[in-house]
Structures are given as structure tokens and as C-alpha cells.
Design a protein around this ligand. Sequence first.
Ligand code: 4AD
Ligand code: MG
Length: 484
Amino acid sequence: MHRKEIKEILQSKPSPNSISVSGWVRSFRSNRFIALNDGSTIKNLQCVVDFENFDETILDKITIGAAISVEGTLVESQGQGQNVEIQTSKVEILGEADPDEVSLTILQPKRHTLEKLREQAHLRVRTNTFGAVMRLRSKLAFAIHEYFQKNGFNYMHTPIITGSDAEGAGEMFRVTNLDPKNPPLNEDGSVNYKEDFFEKETNLTVSGQLEAETYAMGLGKVYTFGPAFRAENSNTSRHLAEFWMIEPEVAFNDLDANMDLAEDFIKYVIQYALDHCQDDLQFLEDRLLNEEKNKPQVERSEMKLTDKLRSVLENNFVRITYTEAIDILKNSKDNKKKKFKYLIEEWGADLQSEHERFLVEKHFKCPVILFDYPAKIKAFYMRLNDADEKGRETVRAMDVLFPGIGEIVGGSQREERYDVLKKKMEVMGIPEEELYWYLDLRKFGTCVHSGFGLGFERLVLFVTGMGNIRDVIPYPRTPGNASF
Ligand code: 4AD
Ligand code: MG
């Protein structure tokens, strides 16, 4: 008999034909009502068994967490919250789950903290919350590809193992096949990487941008969607050591066009989630409302999850320069009353997440794109502006800041002038022999071009309303944690 998925069954009409469905038992009430979930939807299918007709040894094995297969007919449901249910004629136990052992795990249906769920990351996808988050994550990934494919971008796979440090921040994980206990040494005692597999020092990529630029210079419009790795020791709810990044790169786009692209792209994927993930979003919204009830009044969020998503679609993102932002921050009450941990005193300082969140959550109350940052605090590849009247140097950088998240996108117009880039690399101590290929792009048909990187998990955080980045990726890697 053809096996049906619960999502499809719940949309079907009652019928005398027998159907079959498989899933995991979420609950079994009164020896009569099985709540079955197969992952296709957040909703459970109710399967009604007349226990008089069933062997007791089978009924005993219909326990929470067990995998079972059910046959029966679809009938109108008497219960609340569902239109149809299965009148069960046959139950097959596919995989048992011992109730004593289940009671020690998060499969046991009661309120578990997110920290507790993290400790059992291999089981947490069977909870409603993680089922919803991970289905949304998958749909958002699809929407991202759909957006770029519809708009003529080419999906490009950039290398995971590279010899360069695109961001120049020195936050790389080394890749080597040398024996760490006994590596071959040079005469001066340093490790001899000539004997390494790649005959040089290599690392996991921090960003595919530099390689994406090379392809944008031939294909015009490209995007990457892959993992990035950063050994930054930031133990926050917004940082992962392994995260997924989407990096579009477009020939002939200047910074304004880059900002337009980022805004249009983000709005598209949020709209997609609203259109295609109603059940999961509704569950997450209710979950948040429940959580809010336990918070003190002042900390409660004023907006429901889906209203928050819709509000992003309805308004243009505010676009202001770093210099304008510094003025706002400097003159803000939070700065004057020393509420910031890092006070804004002078132009040139890097913004901390408390400042970014002040701008989006308190001042503008909407997403903000900051651009034209001081050259000193940004990467080498960003296009240099003419110095301002005070002689201050800025680059054509842009960061998209989101409420509740802070920076969700970082990007820039790239330095396309050979001489300027070469000099910048010299000043910043970036060896030309390592990035000769990157400089070559500026020799052979150089042109204005721009791109950005969106942190996928930060987007998933925003859309699901979850509070910690560790809860929107199946197996988070953070300082001191690579279990599973
Ligand atoms: O601002 P970042 O470092 O920019 C780049 O890597 C550029 N090469 C992108 C480009 O222009 N093609 O990173 C881009 C985004 C950030 O805005 C953030 O959303 C995310 O990547 N990100 C992280 N997400 C999770 N954990 C981390 N440790 C992250 N570091 C950056
Ligand atoms: Mg950044």
C-alpha cells in the first residue's frame, strides 16, 4: 500500500479507501489515541485504535518515541483542531523505544530548556520547536537559491580549503596532514609546510568572496552558498565557528546597486517564509508569546513574530553613513548617560553590537544599512573614497543591521584600481605573491563591482525568532564545543 505523508493526509478528505502512514509516536492517550508525527509538518495525525481489536503486546509497544506504521481509513475527526483522523485497522511496530530510557531523554514530553535540548542535539529535531526551525531553515535555503536563479545569478562553489585569508583578520583554522606531535621542522625550528600535503600553509575558508570576484569577472553575476569557518573566540549568541554564508558578487554594480540587491534579496526570502511556512511560523509565534508571558513587562517584545517579519517588508531600510551614525550615537541618551559599555567618543571607532542594536531597535526601529566606514577598520579589498573635508578616509563598505540581531550582512564595493589596491596590500602587509591572481583581475578588464555576505544562521534567527544561534543549526560549533 502506498505510504502517505501526514502533511498530505491532513489536507485530504475522508475516504473509505485504506491508507498507510509511518511516523514516530508523540503520545498515546487512553490506549486509544495515537498522536503520530513524521516530520512532514508540525501537526500530528491522530490515529484512533479500538483496543479491543488489538493484541496487547502490540499496544504495549506503542510508546513515546517508537517508530510505527499505521493502516486504516481516513474519517472525519470528532476531536478539536483537526478535520480528519485515521480509524486504525493495523499497527506495525517498526522500532521500539523503551519508556524507561525515553524518560531520561528530551523525547519525554515536558518543558525542556533549550540548553538541555542542545545536549541531545541528535534527538532535538523530534521536538516541535526544532522541527519547525529546521523545516524553516530548509525552506529559506531554497528561497535563497530561487531568488538568485530567477535573477540570472550563477551558483558558484568556492573552495573550502584555501591558502588565503579573505578578511585578513587572522581567524583561520589550519588544515594540515602533518603529525602535530612530530612535524617536520626547518633549520630555524619552524614547521616545514613544504612537506605538508599541499606543500604550503592552508586553512578552512573564512569567506568565498575573493574567488567569487574572479568568477563575477567572467560570468557577471555569481553567488556562493557554503560553509565558512572562523576561529574567533566570540562566545556569543550570534557567533559560530562554522556557519553558512551566501555571497553574491556582481560586475558593474556600485555600492548603491549593492544595497538595493541586499534589501530586495532579504525581503524576498522573508516573504517566501511568510507565504510557504505558515504552520511552523504560527507555532514559533505562539511559543514566543508563551515565553513572553514569563518575562517582566519591560522586557516583553511589542510585536508578534509574523508582524515583525511583515514590518520588514513594508518599509525601506534606512541608509546612513557611518559618520551620520556616529553623530546619532554620540548625542544619544544612552551615550551621555554612559549606558553603553563602550562609549562613543570619537570618529573612527568600530561599532559594537550594542551600538548597532541601539540604532535599529531604539532609534530607527527598522533595518538600517550603514555605509562608508573608516578605511582603518575594514578589510583591504574595499574601495577607497576620496578623503572628506577633514581628511578622513572611508571605504565603500556597507553593513545591514537588523533588530534583535545586529549585523546580518557585511559587504562593499570592491577596489577595482590596480595601483590603489596594490598600495593598500603593501601597507596592510598582505604579500603580493599570495594574491597575485586577485590583483590580476585589476589588470585585465577591471571594472566597478560589488558584493556582500549574508550570515545564513543570523537570517534563520531573525525569521524563527529564536534567541541563540546554536539553536538554528543542527550541530553548532562554538569555542570548546564540537560534540556530535
Ligand atoms: O562581515 P563579514 O565578515 O564579511 C565577509 O566575510 C565578506 N567577505 C562578505 C562579502 O562581501 N562577500 O561576514 C558576512 C556576514 C556577517 O554580516 C554575519 O552575518 C555573518 O557573515 N558572520 C557570522 N555568522 C555567524 N558566526 C560568525 N562567526 C560570523 N561571522 C560573520
Ligand atoms: Mg562584518
